[in-house]
Design a binder for this molecule. Structure first.
Ligand SMILES: CC(C)(COP(=O)(O)OP(=O)(O)OC[C@H]1O[C@@H](n2cnc3c(N)ncnc32)[C@H](O)[C@@H]1OP(=O)(O)O)[C@@H](O)C(=O)NCCC(=O)NCCS
Length: 181
C-alpha cells in the first residue's frame, strides 16, 4: 500500500519522520557511517560515534518545529527505521535558490536491495515539493558506492570540490548536481 508520499518499496515504506523516530535515525546514522567510512575516517573517530548522541541531535531537529523548507524522511521495514534522508536549501553561496540532499543513509544489511532508490525518489519528490527546481549534494571523493548510486539516480559531478575539516580531519568531497522532476 502506498504511504503519504506515494512511495512503497514492496518490503518497506518511506514516510516523513516524526520525533519518536530520532533514536532509529541516530542508530542508522552511526552504523552506516561506521561501515561506509571505514578506512576513510580515523577508526577511533568511527568507534567513538554514539547513536544516543546522534539521536539527541535529530530530536532537536523537531524542536520547536522542523527547520523552514526542510524535510526528513525515514525508510521503514515493519516497525524498524532502516534508513533516512534529509533535504533542504543548498548551503553553498554559489548555488543560491537550489535545494540540497544533506544526507541519505541505510543500515548496512539493506544496502544494494533497492531501498536507496526508493528513498532517493522520495527525497527528490520532497525537494520538488518544497519548491526547488535543482539540487546539489556533497559526497566523499572516495565513496565509490555512493557516487555510482548518485550517478544511477541522475546526478552528475559539477566543478566544485572542497576539503572539509569540520570533524578534525580532512575529508575530500565532490559536489553533484541535478535538475528536479
Ligand atoms: C548509498 C546508499 C544510500 C544507496 O542505497 P542502496 O539501497 O544500497 O542502493 P540501491 O540498491 O537502491 O541501488 C540503486 C542503484 O544504484 C546503483 N548502485 C547502488 N549500489 C551500487 C554499487 N555498490 N555499485 C554500483 N552501483 C550501485 C545501481 O545502479 C543500483 O541499481 P541496480 O541495483 O538496478 O543496478 C546505501 O548504499 C548506503 O546507505 N550507503 C552508505 C552510506 C552512504 O555512503 N551514503 C551517502 C553519503 S554521501
Amino acid at each position: 500500500m502506498a504511504n503519504l508520499l506515494g512511495v512503497d518499496t514492496g518490503t518497506g515504506t518511506v514516510r516523513p519522520a516524526q520525533p519518536s523516530d530520532a533514536a532509529g535515525i541516530g542508530l542508522v546514522h552511526v552504523r552506516s557511517w561506521q561501515a561506509a567510512y571505514r578506512g576513510q575516517f580515523p577508526q577511533d573517530y568511527l568507534d567513538g560515534l554514539d547513536p544516543a548522541r546522534r539521536a539527541a541531535g535529530w530530536r532537536r531537529y523537531f524542536e520547536p518545529e522542523p527547520p523552514h523548507r526542510q524535510a526528513l524522511l525515514v525508510s521503514e521495514i515493519g516497525a524498524d527505521i532502516v534508513g533516512f534522508a534529509s533535504v533542504g536549501p543548498c548551503r553553498d553561496r554559489d548555488t543560491a535558490g537550489a535545494g540540497e540532499l544533506y544526507a541519505i543513509y541505510l543500515l548496512t544489511q539493506w544496502w544494494g536491495q533497492g531501498l536507496g532508490r526508493q528513498l532517493m525518489a522520495a527525497a527528490l519528490g520532497a525537494l520538488a515539493g518544497l519548491g526547488f527546481e535543482e539540487a546539489t549534494l556533497w559526497v566523499l571523493d572516495a565513496n565509490d558506492r555512493a557516487r555510482l548510486f548518485y550517478e544511477a539516480a541522475g546526478w552528475a559531478a559539477d566543478v566544485a570540490t572542497k576539503t572539509d575539516d569540520s570533524f578534525g580531519f580532512p575529508m575530500a568531497e565532490v559536489r553533484y548536481h541535478r535538475l528536479l522532476p
